[in-house]
Design a protein around this ligand. Structure first.
Ligand SMILES: Nc1ncnc2c1ncn2[C@@H]1O[C@H](COP(=O)(O)OP(=O)(O)OP(=O)(O)O)[C@@H](O)[C@H]1O
Ligand SMILES: [Mg+2]
Length: 339
């Protein structure tokens, strides 16, 4: 696929997809990313008439312009940073393609992967709400007044169900965090993004899951489980993600991270994860305690031992979620684990 760029008096920047047939107009820069920048963009169609070229937005079924987030990464930056980074844009494109089929409402898939001579563009449907749309910013902005249980419950359910879906494709996200989850303005829908650190979990032909070999892959520090923080032992990708999602749940309820880093040298980690005393940690800070069913569930998800953490489907079946009244769908089980 080859694309060229045009500038114009009214267009901040434009990608013109010659062979792809896709044209995007960059509206505003959203955020710096590891390898470049993420842009808010709409899809446009090029028209020529009377000696003038002009563009009209492509509309969706509701009649509004189709909006995308375009991760724009200079090839020079990729070549320079790739040897030292765990994130890999090519792998990200591959995983986004895999999760796109058949897709999940809470997992953002790939709309297009494009390149020109100098730049790679990963195009995903735009999701999220005001500001950056990141769940992290929403939580940080309201850390003294966290959202009520009734708001958090469906969001956490969606995150766990999205994680279950990703695992059913044989993929571990490996970087689950509030930063990599977007939320709509009404705070009713969550969306998983950023597969830059994801990995394919080793499975045999029967779909039985095996441990991943130790590597340098680490979730962000406040979400990273002990087995990958050390990076020296084989690990189960499903249980790694469950630990990180447990940390996300803790932050949604309290507005603060559960610990600084996954080592017994960290006092908070010893209290929260090693002793499972989430309530004691909150009491130390004179913060409101978690509702008991939430405490029980998060403590299991954030267990020190991976084998004590529940699978996503077990979390979804937890009685705490019963008030949502979601009928359990027949679900594609995550591959079995024999290690
Ligand atoms: N589909 C999307 N819709 C709306 N905003 C998005 C979308 N994808 C990414 N963003 C915004 O761009 C930010 C960076 O995207 P992403 O996490 O995929 O990039 P990254 O290279 O991993 O950078 P970072 O170091 O910030 O994680 C997101 O946190 C979010 O604010
Ligand atoms: Mg990210």
């Amino acid at each position: 696929m080859y694309i060229t760029q045009h500038g114009g008096p009214f267009l901040a920047c434009l990608i013109y997809g010659c062979s792809s047939g896709l044209t995007f107009m960059f509206v505003r820069s959203l955020k710096d990313a590891i390898y470049g920048q993420v842009w808010d963009a709409i899809e446009v169609r090029l028209h020529s008439g009377g000696g003038v070229d002009f563009y009209t937005p492509v509309l969706d079924e509701r009649g509004v312009p189709r909006r995308f987030a375009v991760k724009r990464m200079p090839k020079e930056t990729i070549a320079r940073l790739l040897p030292t980074m765990q994130e890999n844009p090519m792998r990200e494109a591959a995983f986004l393609t895999l999760v796109q089929d058949p897709g999940h409402p809470n997992v953002v898939g790939l709309a297009a992967a494009l390149q020109d001579d100098t730049t790679v563009y990963l195009v995903t449907p735009f999701v999220g709400g005001v500001g950056s749309g990141e769940m992290f910013d929403w939580v940080a902005d309201n850390y003294q007044n966290p959202a009520p249980e009734a708001t958090i419950m469906p969001l956490l359910y969606q995150i766990v169900d999205g994680t279950r879906y990703v695992h059913s494709k044989g993929i571990c996200h490996a970087d689950m965090s509030l930063e990599n989850t977007l939320v709509n303005s009404a705070h009713t829908e969550a969306f998983m993004i950023d597969f830059g650190m994801a990995l394919q979990m080793p499975t045999d032909e029967a779909g039985q899951r095996f441990m991943s070999v130790p590597d340098r892959r680490r979730a962000k520090r406040s979400y990273c489980p002990p087995e990958t923080y050390k990076g020296r032992q084989p690990y189960d990708g499903v249980k790694v993600d469950m630990f990180s999602v447990g940390c996300m749940g803790f932050m949604l309820f309290t507005g603060i991270p559960p610990f600084d880093y996954a080592s017994r040298l960290d006092r908070k980690f010893r209290k929260v994860v090693f002793q499972g005393d989430l309530q004691g940690y909150l009491a130390d800070y004179e913060m409101p305690l978690l509702p008991d069913p939430v405490f029980q569930l998060l403590r299991r998800m954030m267990s020190y031992q991976p084998e004590n953490r529940p699978l996503p489907v077990e979390v979804l079946e937890d009685p705490w979620f019963a008030p949502l009244g979601y009928a359990q769908q027949p679900q594609a089980a995550a591959p079995a684990m024999n290690a």
